[in-house]
Design a protein around this ligand. Structure first.
Ligand SMILES: NC(=O)c1ccc[n+]([C@@H]2O[C@H](COP(=O)([O-])OP(=O)(O)OC[C@H]3O[C@@H](n4cnc5c(N)ncnc54)[C@H](O)[C@@H]3O)[C@@H](O)[C@H]2O)c1
Length: 445
């Protein structure tokens, strides 16, 4: 099929490249000319494992990139909208969705053949039918269900594993305003075999995405609240406590041969310094706001947000226990991205921790295996020392804060053995053995 993907961020670019790899003719569209130039030069503007290889393989073969949305819509059968949907402090901000809908509507006005417009961005229930569809009809002067169709296809990829998740999805949700829209969307995904597809209406498709994210965020905040209680009571290590919970056979099923399956879901039931990223924080807030609007307030989600906002502070509390005055204290911050495997720093707990350390006058050495260039955009003039490797970051510091669960940080205990004085290690992700370093503090301990 001929497909245009509007917005070439994490979702749009990965979707475009992977759909091209699966044999579709894809045109990626963005307003950011620099991104488009990079894509056309086979350089990925974002880091995702395996993405650049697939981009190199497909660009100028099955894949092209342009800033010309109008021509792209005219030249394709189906458009996927994958622009950002931030939270504006009060509710979901649909300005990019509205702008793209308007632009697509203008192109549809000139298009003699049927076109399917599919929202892939995460949008609150009702957006596709009640915002996108009317804009398309108004601007194009055409009729939805006759001249064009409208669908909703939420994306479940995880940053850090985005290519793998897209190429081998666990589910495909196909929302559509009518049978024609859904079956065209089904055709797009027919190149993905052995995957369960769920056909539904647009509103349900929108709700599925929010419910999935809200559930995972709730599990994280629940675990963090339990961790904080364990620490407050004393004599309980939340890691052991949670291990006991994970052993419930409904969470970690036992096979007939007595072996355990450890589902990835249990990683959301672990203590840490809070969730971040471009999705969970904004999506939970948007759903909560939408609940109020719909007359059904989401009390659990209010608590999920409150716990998460406070959680990075748990790292600082432990630091202050040992260093009541942070002025001039040399601190290594390990991990800047919101999670391992990505360079995405959006809403990363590292941001609030670093800001607070800076306010209190600490000397910060920051290290992340791949997110340094993103961090420099945020902390460019903050006077942070960005280190090139782990050893450099932890050399001659008084405290080490682990904020992202990068595999590489498991080397910290070994590297510390070569140093004369031993810094305090605050494990914000509970990834180290608590006995492996001289001075250890961890969330939920
Ligand atoms: N990042 C994730 O892991 C993830 C996962 C699932 C769903 N989502 C959802 O997917 C959507 C996109 O997220 P993202 O992380 O890819 O966003 P992003 O910010 O990385 O990318 C959005 C892109 O859209 C472009 N854009 C904005 N206005 C445009 C316009 N008028 N025309 C063309 N391009 C335009 C921007 O320049 C940018 O490149 C969001 O709704 C998000 O919630 C994200």
């Amino acid at each position: 099929m001929k497909v245009s993907v509007i917005g070439t961020g994490y979702v749009g670019l990965v979707s475009g490249v992977c759909l091209a790899e699966r044999g579709h003719q894809v045109t990626c569209v963005d307003v950011d000319r620099q991104k488009i130039n990079q894509i056309n030069q086979a350089i990925s503007p974002i880091y995702e494992q395996g993405l650049e290889e697939l981009l190199k393989k497909n660009i100028h073969v099955n894949l092209q990139a342009t800033t010309d949305l109008h021509r792209s819509v005219l030249a394709t059968d189906l458009s996927l909208i994958a622009v950002g949907t931030p939270f504006n402090g009060l509710e979901i901000d649909l300005r990019y969705i509205e702008e793209v809908s308007y632009q697509i509507g203008k192109a549809l006005k000139e298009k003699p053949t049927y076109h399917l417009v599919v929202v892939k961005s995460t949008v609150v229930p009702g957006t596709t039918d009640e915002v996108v569809l009317p804009i398309l009809e108004d601007v194009s002067g055409k009729k939805a269900g006759v001249d064009f169709g409208v669908g909703m296809n939420p994306e479940f990829l995880r940053e850090g594993e985005a290519v793998q998740d897209f190429m081998y999805p666990d589910r495909i949700v196909l929302g559509g305003m009518d049978e024609k829209s859904t079956s065209l969307l089904e055709q797009l995904y027919s190149v993905f075999e052995d995957v369960e597809q769920l056909k539904t209406n647009n509103k349900t498709a929108e709700m599925i995405k929010y419910t999935a994210n809200a559930l995972l965020a709730t599990m994280i905040s629940f675990s963090n609240e339990i961790a904080n209680l364990c620490a407050a009571i004393g004599g309980i290590d939340v890691v052991e406590g949670m291990k006991g919970v994970h052993l419930d056979k409904r969470l970690s099923p036992i096979l007939p041969n007595r072996q355990r399956i450890t589902p990835a879901l249990t990683t959301y039931l672990q203590a840490g310094c809070g969730f971040g990223g471009s999705c969970f924080p904004k999506d939970v807030k948007a759903l909560k706001a939408h609940g109020v609007k719909a007359g059904s307030p989401m009390r659990i989600l209010e608590a999920v947000i409150a716990v998460n906002t406070e959680q990075p502070n748990q790292v600082l509390l432990r630091l202050k226990k040992h260093f009541p005055q942070l002025e001039g204290v040399r601190i290594a911050v390990l991990g800047l991205a919101f999670k391992p495997g990505t360079d995405d720093m959006r809403e990363s707990p590292a941001i609030s921790v670093i800001k607070e350390l800076k306010i209190q006058g600490a000397e910060i050495r920051a290290y992340d295996p791949i997110a340094t260039h993103e961090a420099q955009k945020i902390f460019g003039n903050y006077g942070l020392i960005f280190c090139h490797n782990l050893a450099q970051a932890i050399y001659d510091v008084q405290a080490i804060l682990i904020l992202t669960c990068w595999e590489e940080f498991k080397q910290v205990p070994e590297l510390l053995k070569y140093l004369d004085s031993q810094p305090l290690v605050i494990d914000g992700r509970r990834m180290l053995d608590k006995h492996s370093v001289a001075k250890y503090e961890g969330i939920g301990l």
